[in-house]
Design a protein around this ligand. Structure first.
Ligand SMILES: N[C@@H](CCC(=O)N[C@@H](CS)C(=O)NCC(=O)O)C(=O)O
Length: 99
């Protein structure tokens, strides 16, 4: 399944910034709060080889943190990745009224 995953903690400004950027793209993402889940924290560190939040993955590909996501947005890499993966178009059931 094509997914965007973001590991976060509450009260983390970088996490809020990264999620706000993803929200501007209109994409859906899975948020994984590691604040109360040591298994998920270990999973994040193992996958990213980093210990800070947020950590973002697009189709299992490690993007990095909020600054990395912003840099990828600025240079166009993020948009290309979302288009290539088809993640820029969330599949939603069309309302019968619109069919
Ligand atoms: N440059 C990183 C900074 C991330 C960062 O500093 N996150 C804080 C929480 S807001 C953190 O994980 N601090 C714990 C630590 O530094 O070990 C980014 O853009 O994601």
């Amino acid at each position: 399944m094509k997914t965007i995953q973001i590991y976060t903690q509450p009260h983390c400004p970088y996490c809020h910034r990264a999620k706000a950027l993803l929200d501007t793209k209109g994409v859906e993402y899975q948020e994984i709060d590691i604040s109360t889940n040591t298994d998920k924290r270990a999973e994040m560190m193992q996958r990213s080889q980093r210990r800070t939040v947020p950590q973002i993955f697009i189709n299992d590909h490690p993007i990095g943190g909020s600054d990395d996501l912003a840099a990828a947005d600025k240079d166009g890499t993020l948009d290309s990745m979302l288009i290539t993966t088809g993640l820029n178009k969330p599949h939603r059931e069309m309302s019968p009224a619109l069919r």
